[in-house]
Design a protein around this ligand. Structure first.
Ligand SMILES: NC(=O)c1ccc[n+]([C@@H]2O[C@H](COP(=O)([O-])OP(=O)(O)OC[C@H]3O[C@@H](n4cnc5c(N)ncnc54)[C@H](O)[C@@H]3O)[C@@H](O)[C@H]2O)c1
Length: 334
């Protein structure tokens, strides 16, 4: 499991590694918005080398991986090099994959700068890159990582990006913490995303799920609540070149999936749906066949029955629910 630290903790760890080369991997946005803060707070990084990559998930690729590795080799980065990822989930995913594989593994520290990467992407040990049009096709599980959580980075993040991260916070509360969910929906998503207590709570909740099933064999699947439809919506948007953030797709995915959660009372279902609809645009599904095409390629789909995570009650989810095409068509129409 990852160790969570702050700027002071990161500085202390790096100070002990005086002789090693330090390399910060970032993108142009985190170069502009986050680098000065990091170096200002973590003095051991004042002599770090910088590798800048293009922002955006379309650059979370083997080509980017290769070009960073090439730079590391050219600048003589050895086994004692310390890698520091400074960015959102795109940067932390690819940097931790480089860190896990370069010279069979070098020390890597993750400094997430988006809400989504703080509460989700850097927690749980998954790393990797996209391949072709398919997300996260190549990657591995990290044995342990060190994650520096500093919500100060969120001050330069757009409201849209904050809302995207909050969708994952709502999800984790929905699947495992009734009380947290009830408290959160008293607030607007922007207020939730700025609440350090709730950020820390969501990190702990995800860690506790991952601890019970680190390699994502069964129980951890509850984290996919809203993602079966959400991922398909994300892929459709990507194909059409539409601008849809991961959390926005997940919010719509949760909205539609609630219609399948027959053990929830209609009052509860409507209350959650109303909250989501108030703050997130629900992605229309105009072409149901297209949705099924993408859901067919989902790794959780077997024999054209769709495998869904459903809510039994707020704070409790079940996995492995087989849902037919007709049931899905029905919730999309309603
Ligand atoms: N490993 C996992 O378990 C896991 C889980 C969820 C998501 N992910 C991955 O995370 C990625 C999405 O992460 P994301 O939502 O953080 O997107 P992102 O990393 O693409 O960042 C979003 C945008 O915000 C910019 N940015 C980052 N920090 C900023 C700041 N503080 N101020 C201003 N701009 C800033 C980035 O440059 C980028 O343009 C995807 O690749 C997804 O697959 C991984």
């Amino acid at each position: 499991m990852e160790k969570i630290i702050d700027f002071v903790g990161l500085n202390n760890i790096l100070k002990r590694k005086k002789q090693s080369q330090k390399v910060i991997i970032l993108d142009s946005n985190t170069y502009d918005n986050c680098l000065a803060t990091l170096i200002g707070e973590v003095e051991s990084l004042c002599d770090a080398q910088i590798i800048e990559i293009e922002p955006g998930d379309e650059n979370k690729t083997l080509e980017t991986y290769t070009s960073v590795v090439q730079t590391l080799i050219e600048q003589g980065s050895d086994k004692n090099t310390q890698l520091i990822a400074l960015g959102g989930g795109m940067i932390t995913d690819i940097t931790s994959f480089i860190g896990a594989t370069y010279k069979r593994g070098i020390d890597t520290y993750l400094v997430p700068t988006t809400l989504l990467s703080m509460v989700d992407a850097t927690i749980g040990g998954k790393c990797g890159v996209n391949f072709g049009e398919v997300k996260n096709q190549i990657g591995c599980f990290l044995k342990k990582s060190i994650v520096c959580i500093e919500p100060t980075f969120l001050s330069t993040l757009s409201e849209r990006q904050i809302l995207s991260g909050v969708a994952e916070m709502l999800k984790i509360a929905l699947v495992c913490d009734f009380e947290l969910f009830e408290k959160m929906i008293q607030l607007s998503p922007l207020e939730i995303g700025q609440n350090k207590e709730y950020i820390n709570k969501c990190i702990k909740l995800k860690q506790s799920v991952v601890k019970q099933d680190p390699f994502d064999k069964n129980y951890r699947h509850i984290l996919n609540f809203g993602h079966t439809i959400g991922h398909a919506l994300e892929s459709i948007a990507m194909k059409k070149g539409e601008d849809l953030l991961h959390g926005e797709a997940v919010a719509s995915g949760i909205y539609y999936t609630l219609g399948l959660c027959k053990n929830l009372s209609s009052k509860t279902t409507n209350r959650i749906k109303e909250y989501i609809k108030q703050y997130y645009k629900i992605q229309p599904i105009n072409d149901v066949q297209e949705l099924f095409n993408y859901m067919n390629s989902d790794k959780k789909t077997i024999n054209y029955e769709y495998n869904f995570v459903l809510l039994e009650e707020i704070g409790k989810a079940s996995i492995g629910n087989k849902i037919s095409r007709e049931q899905i068509e029905l919730i999309i129409k309603n």
